[in-house]
Design a protein around this ligand. Structure first.
Ligand code: ADP
Length: 276
């Protein structure tokens, strides 16, 4: 297996001299676009949004994969209700597990016997694992590979950005004061690494009253739109907090309500537009 610019999702847009970057592409893969989902801190719904973006793109007819790069807090198999804890190899590379929605997934949870076992690895080993999920996994042909990034702006997200040819970044946040400052760090990090930021999803933006359908804002965030302008980025969508979204791992919910579906369509429309 060797590096190959011809199978790189950045082909045509890359400014590095041929063969000069540190990215290794698996010659057997044809991944068209790689979209990373980032957040400044954990618990804001990054993995939930990665999962819902993947499901929506799949519903729209695209071939989709999810690379769970959140090695120490892997939640994609749970969120996609995948029970397997085994992966198999082939001549082309490690085979990802396919969810019932026909989404290909690779996660460290498939490589450990018990999903409750902690992943005790030092930074470089975590980074190496993520790198392998790109170079050694046989993703085959994919329209979109969604990367559920590790939270924050530390060592691992940095290596991910250096070793996977990410076309664009979606940042997930919640409407709280402190979070904006931390979000700015993610946006600025992506820009420093020359990765384009598609925009920001404000998750848990509001609740909908089940009796009168009124939007209830839990947090005070009047300045969010101004903040988005100041960061020269875009608000991709305001996602409500709903019970259905909180229990996607049950695998039983298939409809998420108009507001959630509308927001997911808005977000994925932007991703499609960006990737054209
Ligand atoms: P992160 O990946 O940022 O750590 P998760 O996606 O794991 O965050 O979400 C953290 C928790 O919040 C989970 O329990 C998840 O079910 C819940 N959650 C995320 N987004 C929503 C939402 N829009 N509505 C309700 N619950 C949500």
């Amino acid at each position: 297996m060797s590096s190959n610019c011809d199978t790189c999702p950045s082909k045509g847009k890359c400014t590095s001299e041929k063969g000069s970057c540190s990215i290794e592409n698996n010659v057997n893969n044809k991944v068209k676009k790689v979209i990373a989902v980032m957040s400044g801190k954990g618990g804001v719904g990054k993995s939930t949004m990665s999962t819902m973006i993947a499901k929506t793109l799949r519903k729209k007819g695209y071939s989709v994969g999810v690379l769970d790069a959140d090695i120490t807090g892997p939640s994609i198999p749970r969120l996609l209700n995948i029970k397997e804890t085994e992966v198999f190899g082939s001549e082309q590379g490690i085979l990802p597990v396919t969810s019932k929605e026909d989404i290909k997934v690779m996660s460290i949870n498939f490589l450990i016997n018990d999903e409750e076992s902690p992943v005790i690895l030092r930074g470089p080993a975590v980074s190496a694992t993520v790198k392998q999920f790109w170079t050694d996994v046989y993703w085959g042909e994919l329209d979109y590979l969604i990367i559920d990034m590790p939270p924050g702006t530390g060592d691992v997200p940095l290596t991910v950005m250096q070793s996977i040819p990410i076309n664009g970044v979606v940042v997930v946040t919640t409407p709280q004061d402190m979070v904006s400052m931390i979000v700015a760090k993610s946006i600025n990090m992506a820009r420093k690494m020359n990765v384009e930021v598609l925009g920001v999803i404000q998750n848990m933006s509001y609740l909908v009253c089940p009796d009168c359908n009124t939007k209830i804002k839990i947090f005070k965030d009047e300045d969010f739109k101004e903040y988005i302008d100041r960061m020269h980025t875009k608000l991709l969508g305001e996602m409500p907090m709903t019970l259905d979204l909180a229990k996607i791992s049950d695998g039983e919910v298939t409809q998420y309500g108009d507001k959630v579906e509308e927001t997911l369509n808005e977000i994925t429309d932007e991703i499609e537009k960006f990737c054209k």
